[in-house]
Ligand binder design. Structure first.
Ligand code: SF4
Length: 324
């Protein structure tokens, strides 16, 4: 069954919840709501397997970006027991204009979390796991040590599971990136999110060049790690700006590009300037492959961790084939 998931409506309870999660956005004027086109259709959550996934995650006291970011793919992914862990709490120190994760002062790190993530990975039977986190600008190393601990705990508990991390930018955190790379994730993902001209409004706490350099540095430190980055489209960017970002990512030797449609979590978030058509996504795929990416996933509902396991397998096979 497919339904049109409508995360935006005028339910006063939703508005109240949004104000609690995003106090920094409460004073902003409401942004207009764009009606979703017919191609933004997702599977309704609620199957038995979906509930089982939720029970395992709740049992481990774990957060997921699937829930915190109101991901539209949650019905499909959780039914397959695919979930993306959100570590270091569910409160972020940044306040990006597109993100539904709550903003505020996070709690202290829980040293038991890496083991709990590893246990849940085993219970879910994941052959490929994706771990992401909130931004922790309050921590000296930005949480890099905790992410590294999580990688090591998963590897100890599930030695055959491949590990993908989707990290913050570790802006002004000397030595942080090196800690994560030393733990040797199979995939290092850091999303550029949008084109440089929109950073000031969409991702004001981040710096485009720093994010790009972070990805390049991973490859310099350990060329065996696959690097990956993602963009949201529909925020008002120009087509040529997207093509320029592709070129920048290739210069940084990034292997895998994801591009998906931005969807507005609440009226206080950045508006959807336009819905990019499936045909335009297909064109982005063709162009990105022509520019040299080993793997490209571009569609309206593409998210960094959507089908991450299957895509990783294809990426690994491509590298193997190239080395023969
Ligand atoms: S696409 Fe990623 S974040 Fe969304 S539901 Fe699937 S695993 Fe979770």
């Amino acid at each position: 069954m497919t339904v049109l998931l409508d995360l935006l409506n005028d339910d006063p309870r939703k508005r109240e919840a949004a104000a609690v999660r995003h106090p920094e956005k409460a004073h902003r004027p409401d942004t207009p709501l764009a009606r979703k086109p017919e191609w933004i259709r997702v599977k309704a959550p609620g199957s038995a397997a979906w509930r089982e996934t939720g029970a395992i995650l709740r049992g481990g006291g774990l957060s997921t970006v699937c829930q915190e970011a109101s991901c539209p793919n949650i019905g499909e992914c959780w039914e397959k027991k695919h979930a993306t862990f959100l570590v270091m709490g569910s409160v972020c120190t940044r306040a990006c204009a597109f993100c539904n994760v709550a903003t505020g002062l996070p709690s202290a790190l829980d040293p038991t979390e890496p083991e709990r993530v590893a246990e849940a990975t085993a219970k879910l039977g994941l052959s490929h796991v994706v771990v992401t986190s909130v931004d922790r600008d309050d921590l000296e190393d930005g949480g890099a040590g905790h992410i590294a601990q999580t990688i090591l705990a998963i590897r100890a508990a599930c030695p055959t599971t491949t590990i993908e991390v989707l990290t913050p930018d570790f802006l002004r955190k000397e030595g942080a990136l090196e800690k994560v790379v030393a733990a040797r994730p199979d995939v290092f993902n850091h999303n550029l999110e949008t084109v440089p001209s929109l950073y000031v409004t969409v991702r004001p706490g981040a710096r485009y060049f720093h994010s790009l350099r972070l990805l390049q540095r991973v490859k310099e430190l350990d060329p065996t790690i696959f690097t990956k980055s993602g963009l949201m489209v529909g925020l008002g960017e120009g087509r040529n700006e997207i093509l320029q970002v592709m070129d920048d990512l290739r210069v940084a030797d990034v292997d895998f590009l994801t591009i998906g449609q931005y969807l507005q979590p609440t009226r206080k978030h950045h508006e959807v300037v336009r819905f990019v058509t499936p045909q335009e996504f297909e064109a982005f795929t063709t162009i990105a492959y022509a520019k040299g990416f080993s793997m490209v996933s571009a569609s309206p509902l593409t998210r960094s961790s959507h089908h991450a396991g299957a895509d990783f397998e294809r990426l690994r096979e491509k590298r193997l084939a190239a080395s023969r």
